[in-house]
Write a protein that binds this ligand. Structure first.
Ligand code: ATP
Ligand code: MG
Length: 473
């Protein structure tokens, strides 16, 4: 969290009201600052870290129209769209206050106010604001770090904005220049091969052969000759000498994809070559030295395979000097929309500009459980581009309903701050009877921001309000 605490800005021209609010804030140990005119308020917001604005509707003696309050509100809203503003109003102006809520005011409080309600509301808004600032800071830091990487490395046009992806890519780049074998793990379609390409492109072998072998696609009886080569006549059906993938990759990099598909017998042979740096072509008695850096990938749990005797532990440690674990797309939801945009450009037809996503389509993407990871996202966007009629892709075009079902974030552990944020949001949604727009106002954030957070935190209104009338708009 940021070191400086966010302050409450009290804006009122009546000294008695200001004083009462200041005392209330002091009692609850909420840092605050006061302004008696709209101009002063604007100056303070520009200069200090304000978390919540508590503003009156009228300034100046005899003023009762509320016009000045509305003007101040609109001015602050236009410059600071995410700054929560709590309007304090006399009964006569409640209607105006309601209008302001539609324009994004966090809430309004009628005079004479209840101390308890006012303080609860302020605390809640401060907390949300803190989390929002922290999240923005983290995202900005990731993007800035990414730019530094882009200037110094070849990222092979990989698309990401999430912190977990940044971490694994940075680690990959750190170890790329060594010759250490790397095991890339992660679920199917998450981008393991992409990461292998990045490692290779940033290694000192980047202008040497990069040989990709899908171990899972090679029949067991051909594995040895495919990997290590065979002399003519080594076995029936082989009329001429075969150069194996290891020799083809000499001086460069060999990428063994679907490593888990290797039989135990072939694991022994592979281990021997990796340990000695020498190989024997099938049917030959001449050992040949090979200088090859090995990258391998699997979506299987190799530790589990070791436990049940299907994978050799010694080979595992040989190949897994460094492990790069690619997170599933569900664990890095900040990447969903950037990737979707990227695929919209990839699949734009002819010279046409890329199609765009409707808001509902964005929410649908964010709410989906991506068991097929990036590959599934790519396929769905490709399909949507083809089936959508206009320039905008609707949520129906994505055909996500009844697919993998909505995301169940309960499966992914939340951090403490996230748990707190989740509680605050659920609380606001319950109080707003599940109407997201009202809950967003209560929390002092835009509806879009609230949707994003709900998705990230796995909050589903239908589940939350079972038995209650629910309305997601
Ligand atoms: N971060 C990314 N940015 C852009 N494209 C990506 C990214 N991650 C994956 N892709 C694309 O998604 C597809 C799947 O990625 P990739 O083949 O690297 O996944 P994988 O983990 O190797 O999958 P599998 O386990 O099925 O082999 C590819 O078309 C790849 O180009
Ligand atoms: Mg792959």
């Amino acid at each position: 969290m940021q070191s400086e605490r966010l302050r409450v800005l009290i804006v009122d021209d009546q000294p008695a009201v200001t004083k009462a609010l200041e005392i209330l804030m002091d009692i609850h140990e909420l840092p605050h600052v006061s302004a008696s005119t709209p101009e002063e308020a604007c100056r303070i917001v520009a200069a200090e870290t304000i978390g919540v604005v508590l503003q009156d509707m009228n300034f100046g003696p005899g003023e009762t129209s509320g016009d000045e309050g509305v003007a101040l509100f609109r001015k602050l809203r236009s410059v600071y769209p995410d700054l929560p503003i709590l309007v304090i109003t006399a009964w006569a102006l409640v209607e105006t206050a309601v209008t302001l809520m539609k324009e994004g005011a966090a809430d309004y409080i009628e005079k004479p106010w209840s101390d308890e309600k006012l303080v609860a509301s302020v605390k809640n808004l401060l907390k949300m604001r803190e989390l929002e600032i922290e999240n923005t800071r983290l995202r900005a830091a990731t993007l800035a770090d990414q730019n530094i990487l882009k200037q110094n490395f070849d990222l092979r046009d990989i698309v990401y904005e999430s912190a977990p992806m940044h971490k694994v890519i940075s680690l990959g780049l750190n170890v790329a220049r060594s010759d250490a074998p790397i095991l890339i793990t992660g679920p199917s379609g998450s981008g393991k091969e992409r990461l292998a390409e990045i490692v290779q492109a940033n290694s000192h072998r980047n202008n040497k052969p990069f040989v990709r072998v899908n171990v899972g696609a090679i029949p067991e009886q051909l594995m040895e000759s495919e990997l290590f080569g065979a002399e003519a006549g080594a076995y029936t059906g082989i009329g001429r000498r075969r150069i194996g993938h290891f020799e083809t990759a000499a001086g460069g990099t060999l990428f063994l994809d679907e490593l888990d598909a290797l039989s135990l017998a072939d694991q022994v042979k592979l281990l021997r070559v990796v340990q000695s740096g020498e190989l024997l072509r099938l049917g030959s008695s001449i050992t040949r030295r090979v200088d090859v850096r090995i990258l391998s990938a699997t979506n299987a749990d190799l530790r589990n395979k070791i436990a049940i005797g299907e994978f050799r532990e010694d080979l595992y440690y040989r190949l897994n000097v460094i492990e790069l674990a690619v997170p599933s797309l569900d664990e890095r939801r900040d990447d969903i929309l950037p990737l979707a945009c990227h695929f919209l450009s990839t699949y734009a037809q002819g010279n046409a500009p890329p199609k765009t996503l409707s808001k509902a389509a964005e929410y649908a993407l964010l709410d989906h459980s991506w068991s097929g990871n990036v590959r599934e996202l790519e396929n769905r966007i490709h399909r949507a581009v083809l089936v959508s009629k206009g320039n905008e892709i609707s949520s129906a075009n994505l055909n996500l309903e009844n697919a993998n079902g909505p995301l169940d974030r309960t499966a992914i552990p939340l951090r403490d701050e996230e748990l707190e944020e989740r509680r605050a949001i659920v609380d606001a949604l319950v109080k707003a009877d599940g109407v997201v727009a009202h809950a967003a106002s209560r929390l002092g954030v835009s509806r879009q921001t609230l949707y994003r957070r709900m998705t990230r935190l796995g909050i589903q209104i239908e589940r939350m309000l079972t038995g209650t009338q629910s309305n997601s708009r």
